[in-house]
Design a protein around this ligand. Structure first.
Ligand code: B3K
Ligand code: ZN
Length: 876
């Protein structure tokens, strides 16, 4: 593929006024007739042709104003249709006819079939696989859709917008027509047809409009959509309350399908979901599943305003809808659950995924300036760092100031295809604050490193804080400008309360936010009566790494006293990380692993503190992951040493806190009926953490076996199975549990995915043989993205010791799978390949093996643009 550049953006030559599509559905040969009304944009010369995008299309009919066009006036190839000699002014109608084959569409882009259901996925460039079209997000029009299909097999005929009507047609067929009055780009088009069950409800908007809500699932699965429906209604109410945004059609529909390349898709009025993010019941869904369903239902619904009513001018602006909408779904979940615990989970995820991406060969700015394959830019940088950038705007302007800017954005840009500049200008105009330096967050890649040093002078009662920022070099960007970094902070006194300083000099401080804008900067606080303990970057107000030699005693002080629970968690994590890093170095040298006493007592004190919510305690006791430790070490990493070191630290904590873990494990046993609410989920999370530690202290499988036998919910059942299989893999208890789980959930693909994932993450080199054996299991299905991700994806992304076997067999397995999947589903293949994004940070033997596997992929013939782009950037 060729390189597309932001700097080359030009508006389309023709304006699309209306889109009228008729589908005659057939599994192998669906007829698509597109009637498109265009006019030439003012100032575009009369000899400029109309160029429409296609992808693997064959043209079978072409008319201008209902008359066939002479062959000499157009050129059609599978990926392009050029029509010449079109009217200079005034509207004209082009009718394009194509035939497509949904059944053989394994890419899952465009119109495809999943379990006998017709379904579409058009973002980013899938619509061009349906018909020739100006398939770009800045070409918007109202759509009228007519669907004709066999009535018996497709009782449901769905598309975007409001239902116009339908009726019987010839030969056992029927039809339905839909009209979406809100102009939209083609990527938001959707069509679904088939035979599905439905769950129905209604929502009355603040202005009194009644909206029909429908969630479609496979027959028999309706009860499992109840939680999703509840989450949808809460999302609709929240967007009215928090952002003043009401829904704008008389129907909102969600369809759950079992073959989907990602989580879900925000098509106007007709969201299509991976069923993993719709279906839930206590027997088969974990608390994490419930939380994900709530977040993703909200996310797609929130796109109705941030993404659909205001869309993106071009795909470089993807963060405009994604970063903002992630921010909105984070805030929603924070309001529905515990804000601090939600923030901890977000930051863990951000560091594990986005910081890793930003530190490796795939690093790119939140708003990239070039791409070869846009599908590869639906990244954690665009989404999660994009959300953090939005959060920083809210931190700079305050909650009310942020709302004012958002109101202006909705007022000013409703109906537009907008840019990041448009968005930021709304906050500048509504607040009067200059955000020009701040905007570097969109263009500079890399996680800033802020180095901190402090000094207290008792005589003058001044506290000085010196900061220096370094933004690491990333691909294509070597020299960087200093950024505007908003750091929330407090100075803690000896008794744990906040010390309000009398005055500050050296830079801007607004309320509890310190603005670091220079490359290096010193802030001096006067009127500080005693040496304070600095709590910095509270709430993770900026997505940065801090290098701050804070003493264990100071960190323990923050962990004990900060009024911001997030800061307490962060201090505990900062206390733990060096211990884990040191353990990873001690193990290969044969030195005993020692664990700092301050860490152990801070952890056990937190664990035992019944005033703290269980979900927080569960987070506090969940040590940094193996990949977090690897990132902290930064290079020459040995995953086996990291794993062994971390295990030894866990065991020390387990031994020291044994009595407390045991008490909590017993006390937190479920009472009464299962409910998925956050408080109950928090108790289950803490109980699971206790079981993990107890399994490191004891050397028998009996407790986990008992937990497995007694679990009455998937959160505890899956965790007990994980502990059994990971810690006691060859025991009868583990093998029996594994077999029992598979039998019990034989007919439930989502639960069976967990069975695959749990085995794919068994630590150590035996995982490879397990994964190979599971790939031959009749229940494995290489065509289903969820199953492939559950086994191959989990192995590559979440099993550091198993995947990174020193002999390179893990990489070889992944390379084989990528080469096998790529011809059928390039997006899935490319996504799996990103599991190797940190390969350069491995010790030399593994790094060499990884490079060999990557080399084998580049050397293969006929790679998709998706995989070619990733592997080439990875090797650069
Ligand atoms: N907008 C979609 C993602 C589309 C991915 C295309 N490769 C889901 C979301 O972010 O809401
Ligand atoms: Zn999104």
């Amino acid at each position: 593929g060729q390189v597309i550049r932001l700097a080359d953006y030009r508006p389309a030559d023709f304006v699309l006024e209306r889109t009228d599509l008729t589908f005659e559905l057939d599994p192998r040969s669906t007829k698509v007739e597109a009637r498109l009304i265009f006019h030439r944009r003012a100032g575009v010369a009369a000899d400029v042709p109309l160029v429409l995008d296609g992808d693997e299309l064959t043209l079978s009919g072409l008319m201008l104003d209902q008359t066939d066009i002479d062959a000499g006036r157009y050129t059609a190839t599978p990926d392009r249709l050029e029509i010449r000699d079109l009217p200079e002014d005034g509207p004209f109608e082009i009718t394009v006819t194509t035939y497509i084959d949904p059944e053989s569409n394994t890419q899952l882009m465009g119109l495809y079939r999943t379990n006998g259901v017709y379904c579409t996925q058009c973002e980013a460039e899938g619509f061009r696989r349906i018909t020739y079209f100006p398939d770009r997000p800045d070409v918007l029009s109202p759509f009228t859709i007519t669907i004709i299909a066999d009535k018996e097999t497709n009782p449901l005929l769905l598309s975007n917008g409001n239902f116009l009507g339908g009726g019987n047609y010839d030969e056992g067929r029927h039809f339905a027509a839909w009209f979406d009055p809100h102009p939209k780009p083609s990527y938001l088009f959707a069509l679904v047809a088939g035979d599905l069950g439905v769950v129905e409800d209604t929502f009355t908007t603040a202005s009194g409009n009644e909206v029909a809500l429908k969630i479609y699932v496979e027959h028999g699965k309706e009860p499992r959509a109840a939680y999703a429906m509840d989450a949808l209604k809460r999302s609709m109410a929240w967007d009215e309350e928090r952002f003043g945004r009401e829904y704008d059609l008389n129907i909102f529909q969600i369809v759950a399908v079992s073959d989907f390349n990602m989580g879900a898709m925000e098509n106007k009025g007709l969201n299509v979901f991976n069923d993993k993010y719709v279906l839930a019941d206590p027997e088969t869904a974990t608390d994490a599943d419930y939380a994900n369903i709530e977040a993703i239902i909200a996310h797609e619904y929130f796109h109705n305003w941030t993404g659909n009513r205001i869309t993106c001018r071009d795909w470089f602006q993807l963060c405009l809808k994604e970063g903002l909408t992630v921010y909105r779904d984070h805030e929603f979940s924070a309001d529905q659950r515990s804000r601090a615990v939600k923030r901890i989970a977000e930051v863990r995820h951000l560091k594990a995924e986005q910081f890793a991406e930003d530190a490796g060969p795939l690093a790119h700015p939140v708003r990239p300036e070039t791409y070869r394959e846009i599908n590869n830019f639906y990244t954690t940088t665009v989404y999660e760092k994009g959300s953090e950038v939005t959060r920083m705007i809210a931190t700079l302007l305050g909650e009310d100031g942020f709302r004012k800017g958002m109101d202006l954005y909705f007022d000013r840009h409703d109906g537009d295809a907008a840019t990041v500049e448009d968005f930021v200008a709304c906050f500048e105009d509504s607040s009067g604050r200059d955000l020009s330096q701040f905007k570097l967050w969109y263009s500079q890649a890399g996680t800033p490193l802020v180095t901190v040093s402090t000094a207290y002078d008792a005589v003058s009662q001044t506290f000085t804080l010196s900061l220096e920022q370094i933004i690491p070099a990333t691909p294509g960007q070597s020299a960087k400008q200093p950024m505007h970094i908003p750091l929330k902070f407090t100075l803690l006194g000896e008794n744990g309360g906040d010390i309000p300083p009398a005055a500050v000099s050296g830079g801007e401080v607004t309320g509890d936010v310190l603005h670091l804008t220079g490359r290096s900067q010193s802030f001096t606080f006067s009127g500080v009566p005693a040496r304070p303990v600095l709590s910095l970057n509270r709430g993770f107000s900026a997505p940065i790494n801090l290098s701050f030699d804070q003493s264990p005693a100071d960190l323990a002080h923050i962990a004990r006293h900060d009024s911001d629970l997030f800061a307490r968690w962060q201090a505990l994590s900062d206390l733990g990380l060096p211990v884990l890093v040191k353990a990873a170095k001690d193990v290969p040298e044969g030195r005993p692993v020692t664990v700092d006493g301050a860490l152990v007592s801070a952890l056990i004190e937190t664990l035992a503190d019944d005033r703290l919510e269980p979900a927080f305690r569960a987070q506090a006791l969940s040590l940094a992951s193996e990949s977090d430790i690897a990132r902290e070490i930064g290079g020459n990493n040995d995953p086996d040493a990291i794993h062994a070191g971390r295990d030894a630290v866990l065991k020390t904590i387990a031994d020291k806190g044994f009595a407390t873990f045991e008490r909590l494990y017993r006390e937190l046993a479920p009472k009464g009926e299962f409910t998925p609410d956050a408080a109950s989920a928090g108790r289950r999370a803490l109980r699971n953490v206790a079981l993990t530690y107890l399994s490191h202290a004891g050397d028998s499988a009996s407790l986990a076996a008992e937990a497995f036998a007694k679990a009455d919910n998937m959160t505890e059942l899956a965790h007990a199975l994980t502990v059994l299989i990971h810690r006691f893999p060859d025991t009868d208890a583990a093998l029996n549990a594994l077999a029992a789980f598979a039998t019990r959930f034989d007919s439930n693909p989502l639960a069976l995915d967990k069975w695959f994932s749990i085995q794919a993450t068994v630590p150590g080199e035996t995982a490879l043989e397990r994964v190979e054996a599971l790939m031959k299991d009749p229940r494995f299905n290489a065509q289903n993205p969820n199953r492939v991700r559950a086994l191959i994806g989990t192995f590559a992304f979440a099993n550091p010791t198993g995947f990174n076997r020193p002999d390179g067999k893990g990489y070889a397995l992944l390379a084989d799978q990528i080469l096998a999947i790529d011809p059928k589903n390039p997006q899935l293949a490319a996504r799996l390949l990103t599991a190797m994004r940190s390969w350069r940070a491995l010790e030399p033997v593994r790094a060499e093996a990884a490079k060999t596997a990557l080399g084998r992929i580049t050397g293969a013939r006929q790679l998709s643009a998706d995989v070619a782009d990733i592997v080439e950037r990875m090797l650069k």
